[in-house]
Design a protein around this ligand. Structure first.
Ligand SMILES: NC(=O)c1ccc[n+]([C@@H]2O[C@H](COP(=O)([O-])OP(=O)(O)OC[C@H]3O[C@@H](n4cnc5c(N)ncnc54)[C@H](O)[C@@H]3O)[C@@H](O)[C@H]2O)c1
Length: 353
């Protein structure tokens, strides 16, 4: 593997106002002596104020560090705009997190998945190729894939080598397409590229469309939460800091071309200890009560409704992280209670002022 020196270079993070993007930028600002350029189109798939709040957290962090932070409101699906970003900042490392996320939304609103996850990702690859072939700064592309590519594979834990050609949602199909496109560009143009399959990421300033966040909103409003597949569901819940730690290690060491294939790699970043959804909800409830988000005498069970499985959902996600451990000496391990306590504390500060 090839060491990537980040000192004095530019790291471009797309989707920087997003949940994982903002947490990643804060980590990079604290840990690297690099210039961090973030772009995001600030679309309204969910509350734009939350994206702006994250950018404020990033700006506060940037003020306390010596690293440079630049944000531009821009879309990866705008080919000319993206070209200008590459021409202006000449990034050495590109971390592509911008995407239309969400499995269920891809069933009702397929267009943005194609515009951003397919076209936008293609433009990212093209800009990396252009920078490399013109002998400019590009050295390494790291991009977000997803555990959803495993579809309803029955063999667990999920290994990166497992066949993943039977997606059960358009979202998963776009993420699998990214992996194929990235491999082709790596092979054709010698681009060092690494894909990271994230597993159900949670934490402070998270995504309101994800179950734990939506549950919290509903419980506060005194509403009932819908638990699909009658709660028979296991998820490899991964704390956001564990994900950004993994990304920060991966961007410092790139795959190299060899007889075995191009400079292309793929890793799972997941907690590798799936938790029963009902246990997750129980701990979430306890931590919300502890943080003062819910009253002490709150009756969780009275607010739960068990329902059948939803289209596109999968009953279990479980990451085999041995490849990440082997190549980067790292596996996520934050305890669920600690992670949910951080989420509950942030929720209280942000929403229950
Ligand atoms: N959170 C998870 O559990 C999870 C799991 C697997 C994979 N992922 C992937 O990780 C990445 C980050 O996810 P997240 O949870 O932070 O989601 P997020 O929606 O919070 O962040 C994505 C950001 O990208 C931005 N964006 C969307 N389209 C864009 C475009 N065309 N141009 C520029 N910006 C655009 C959005 O405004 C948003 O701020 C995504 O690629 C997602 O698919 C996330």
């Amino acid at each position: 593997m090839k060491k990537i020196e980040l000192k004095g270079k530019t790291i471009l993070v797309t989707g920087a106002a997003g949940f994982i993007g903002a947490h990643l930028v804060m980590r990079l600002l604290k840990e690297e002596e690099a210039r961090i350029v973030g772009i995001d189109d600030l679309n309204d798939y969910y509350d734009v104020e939350l994206k702006k709040h994250r950018l404020e957290l990033v700006a506060d962090t940037a003020e306390k560090t010596s690293s440079a932070w630049i944000f531009e409101e821009a879309s990866i699906s705008d080919r000319d705009g993206l070209r200008k970003i590459f021409d202006t900042y000449d990034p050495a490392v590109v971390v592509n997190l911008a995407a239309q996320a969400g499995v269920r939304y891809s069933i009702s609103h397929p267009d943005p998945y194609i515009e951003t996850n397919i076209n936008g990702f293609y433009y990212i690859l093209e800009e990396c190729r252009r920078s490399k072939t013109e002998g400019r700064g590009f050295e390494y592309l790291v991009y977000a894939s997803s555990s959803s590519v495993y579809g309803d594979n029955s063999e667990i834990p999920y290994k990166v080598e497992d066949p993943v050609d039977k997606p059960v949602s358009l979202y998963a199909a776009t993420k699998k397409s990214n992996e194929l496109m990235a491999h082709a560009y790596s092979k054709l143009y010698g681009l060092p590229v690494c894909g990271l399959r994230f597993f159900t990421v949670y934490g402070p300033a998270g995504r309101p469309d994800m179950a734990y966040f939506g549950f919290t909103d509903k419980l506060i409003a005194g509403k009932t939460i819908d638990i699909f597949n009658y709660g028979n569901c296991k998820r490899d819940f991964t704390y956001v800091d564990d994900v950004t730690k993994g990304v920060s290690l991966v961007i410092k060491k790139a795959p190299e071309e060899s007889e075995a294939g191009p400079a292309y790699a793929l890793y799972n970043i997941g907690n590798s200890s799936p938790v029963d959804l009902m246990e997750f909800i129980e701990i979430l409830g306890e931590e919300l009560i502890k943080a003062g988000v819910l009253p002490e005498d709150f009756d969780m069970k009275a607010h739960e409704r068990l329902l059948p499985m939803q289209p596109g959902d999968v009953p279990v996600t479980y990451a085999d992280t041995s490849a990440l451990q082997r190549d980067y000496g790292y596996s996520p391990s934050t305890d669920l209670r600690k992670g949910l306590s951080e989420f509950a504390g942030w929720y209280k500060r942000y929403y229950c002022k």
